[in-house]
Design a protein around this ligand. Structure first.
Ligand SMILES: Cc1ncc(COP(=O)(O)O)c(C=O)c1O
Length: 393
């Protein structure tokens, strides 16, 4: 159906199997879609906002309970909804980082993590990965010591991604946090690709701050996300306003400074809430999704010259492939050039890889059924054979 000004409202999943690397965990559940329709109006969740007039205290719809449930879900003490993981980074940096502070990120940190440091006036430093594209606790220790020597103080914060967006590798965050704490460096664990996809235990990780992305991994509308912390940090991170109008004398109750008072006011919060029971269940089926991902990777790697660049076997379905020696060879002489691959996939009802990419590209089969995963693997092999590549059987 085309609505209003030509927006095609058909879901891409009605047309294709979608391998898009970053959308997989964000697709809405049917319950979220219904909630979105019911709560489409801007302030719809605020109709019954009562004293103390803050989003996380609203009882109808049950936002207060949802906040508690979210904290329990990730095993942290306190949680807040935020408009995207990036707003979680911003709130933490705004609390912990002072102007001129060295801040440690990793070679896989997302640009929004860097921007949050920049906004707070911090100076970013990176931790490089090892040869397997993993951030290790040892390298973190080395970098903390180097930075302390060169700047005269330890970093005021470490950002570490539990799973990174480039390789989809799972990093040893628990060991990393342990080491960082030995140097008194607080840690923000970026769970943008894990919270809502796989079980995440904030206390086990030991993180001071844990951030999730609703539209990436919690089957929620954009922009949405979650910021959780420990009771040690909660009062600082969620400090309430001291502002006062010098003429009117107005004060602003218990509005939280880093949250700008309230955060997700309609579609986003109810969408997240409506998907939450499904999300809470689905993390327990993570192994099935990994199995299906490995099955597709195996099919791809049976095509001569194809390599998986992410760690293997896969520990997360976001996967980076290198087909320079296979599909890219075809692209060199094909009339559609590099676009032949996506075009051939689309003819077979599959989409989501970047148009024109035949060298290095990512895909994410999270959420596919067993039959769909089998089909996707078979289709990659069929395309390879059709174009004259050899395939190991
Ligand atoms: C690793 C990582 N962290 C954070 C973000 C930002 O998340 P959000 O869009 O929820 O702010 C992204 C976005 O792609 C990401 O890949």
């Amino acid at each position: 159906m085309n609505c209003g000004d030509g927006i095609d409202t058909r879901l891409i999943e009605e047309l294709y199997i979608n391998l898009d690397p970053i959308q997989a965990g964000g697709r809405l559940t049917v319950d979220a879609m219904k909630a979105v329709l019911a709560y489409g109006d801007g302030y719809s969740v605020c109709d019954n906002c009562e004293k103390p007039f803050r989003l996380d205290c609203i009882k109808k719809p049950p936002l207060a309970k949802f906040h508690d449930d979210l904290a329990t879900f990730v095993n942290m003490d306190v949680a807040r909804l935020v408009p995207g993981a990036r707003r979680g980074f911003q709130a933490v940096a705004g609390t912990v980082v002072n102007k001129g502070d060295p801040v440690l990120l990793t070679a896989f940190s997302h640009y929004t993590e860097f921007l949050s440091v920049e906004q707070a006036g911090g100076i970013p430093h990176e931790v490089p990965p090892d040869d397997s594209q993993i951030i290790t606790a040892d390298t973190v220790a080395v970098r903390i010591e180097e930075i302390t020597r060169s700047t005269g103080r330890p970093p005021s914060l470490l950002y570490v991604e539990e799973v990174d967006y480039q390789f989809g590798n799972l990093h040893p965050v628990q060991e990393i946090v342990k080491v960082a704490h030995q140097y008194d460096v607080p840690v923000l664990c970026n769970g943008a690709y894990t919270v809502g996809i796989m079980p995440v235990d904030g206390k086990k990780i030991g993180a001071d701050f844990l951030v999730g992305s609703g539209h990436k991994s919690m089957a929620a509308p954009a922009p949405s996300g979650m910021l959780a912390t420990t009771s040690e940090w909660a009062d600082k991170l969620f400090r309430t306003t001291q502002a006062k109008g010098d003429i009117t004398g107005r004060t602003f109750g218990v509005k939280e400074v880093e949250m700008m008072g309230c955060t997700l006011m309609g579609v986003t919060s109810v969408g997240m809430m409506a998907s939450f029971p499904h999300v809470r269940e689905r993390v327990n089926q993570f192994d099935q999704h990994l199995k299906r991902c490995n099955q597709i990777v195996d099919a791809l790697c049976s095509i001569d010259g194809t390599k998986v660049m992410s760690e293997y076997p896969r520990k997360h379905p976001l996967t980076r492939m290198n087909t320079t020696e296979s599909f890219d060879k075809i692209a060199k002489t094909h009339k559609k050039k590099g676009f032949f691959l996506l075009s051939a996939l689309r003819e077979r009802g599959i989409t989501g890889i970047i148009a024109g990419s035949t060298k290095v590209w990512k895909f994410n089969p999270y959420g596919l059924t067993e039959e769909q995963a089998q089909y996707v693997g078979d289709m990659f092999v069929e395309i390879a054979k059709e174009d004259g590549l050899s395939v190991q059987t």
